[in-house]
Design a protein around this ligand. Structure first.
Ligand code: GDP
Length: 196
């Protein structure tokens, strides 16, 4: 039932620089995650759209903030991971600077979601992001996706491990885009952030 709120979501634009972002007003929620973590699949599952965010195994897609409109006031921002190997050091630095600037200056940002592969959580890039999130007053949520690849006991073990690294203010969901596990839980959190 919550997916109804996302039924009109559509791609608006890619913003390779802050100045190309939509006007800084309304409500924005941003999704972060390393390349191949399962972020696009998670976004598609949460919004109940098959091909909204491109799922691909190809690393090195264009580095840009991908903006999706939910309605005239609300946006979902897909922030590609900068963990891929094939980009140059200066491209990587530009990308890190862009994300830092976005996180620090974007006033309409209401929450941030970090997507991690449940089998490979807490890589340096994830930890860097979590540190930033703790320093900010922004609400945060962690999605541990691809849970279908682990047994229940392994899922619990990884959940405990990750929770030990999170402050109480950051919530967490064990998730599978394949099995639609945890989808409703995350939808509820987003709708709360979007005041929907
Ligand atoms: P992104 O680069 O973070 O956007 O990752 P994608 O969503 O493109 O997913 C990367 C790969 O993981 C693709 O082959 C997906 O089919 C696969 N994948 C994503 N989510 C899941 C999941 O929940 N379960 C399983 N088994 N595979 C998944």
């Amino acid at each position: 039932m919550y997916e109804k709120k996302f039924q009109n979501i559509e791609f608006q634009k890619s913003a390779p620089k802050i100045k190309y972002l939509p006007v800084d007003q309304g409500y924005e929620v941003a999704f972060f995650g390393r390349s191949n973590a399962g972020k696009s699949s998670a976004i598609n599952a949460i919004t109940n759209k098959k091909n909204l965010a491109k799922t691909s195994k190809t690393p090195g897609r264009t580095a840009a903030l991908n903006i999706f409109d939910i309605d005239s006031e609300r946006r979902l921002v897909d922030v590609p991971g900068f963990g891929y190997a094939r980009v140059s050091e200066s491209t990587r630095k530009d990308w890190v600077d862009l994300i830092n600037e976005y996180l620090k200056t974007r006033e309409c940002l209401r929450g941030a979601v970090l997507v991690m592969d449940i089998r490979h959580p807490l890589k340096p890039q994830d930890c860097h992001f979590l540190e930033w999130l703790q320093q900010s007053s922004l609400p945060g949520h962690v999605i541990l996706t691809k849970a279908d690849k682990l047994s229940l006991s392994e899922q619990r073990r990884m959940l405990q491990k990750v929770m030990q690294h999170l402050p109480e203010s950051i919530s967490i969901t064990v998730f599978s885009a394949k099995d639609k596990l945890g989808v409703t839980e995350v939808q509820k959190i987003l709708l709360d952030w979007y005041c929907l």
